[in-house]
Design a protein around this ligand. Sequence first.
Ligand SMILES: [Zn+2]
Length: 148
Amino acid sequence: MEFRDFSLLVQHTKVRGFVDGLERGELLASKCTRCGGVQFPPRSDCPDCLSEGFDWVSVNGSGRLLTYTSINVPPRHFAPDLSGRAPFSSYAYHPAPVGIVEMKSGLRVMGWICGVPAQDICVGMTLVPRPEILDDGRATIVLTHEER
Ligand SMILES: [Zn+2]
């Protein structure tokens, strides 16, 4: 998978392996080989010690919903009426709930909240982040109740 299948804005990156993980159904963080700091989204250059060396580590399990919002007027590239060329074209949510979960490790993961009725979404609830490959072949991250 190409990185542009995850991000519309970044096409060349040293963390391309991230999208390979998404394709396998795995969320990956970067772990600095010098200081051991773990970053999500992954960073090729450690923000703590500036080292360029990193390994991939999986982001597993569930997290606690820190915050969320609902997008009532999605930006043009999220809009469901663009004939399948947009990364989130499969998500015809109105409104579209988006949240950030904090994992037990402290990493924070943002994703679309799926399978939870809007009135049941609440800060503190447990959600599981996981990659999802959309019908148009692009990748995104969803937050759901269930482990795979
Ligand atoms: Zn480091």
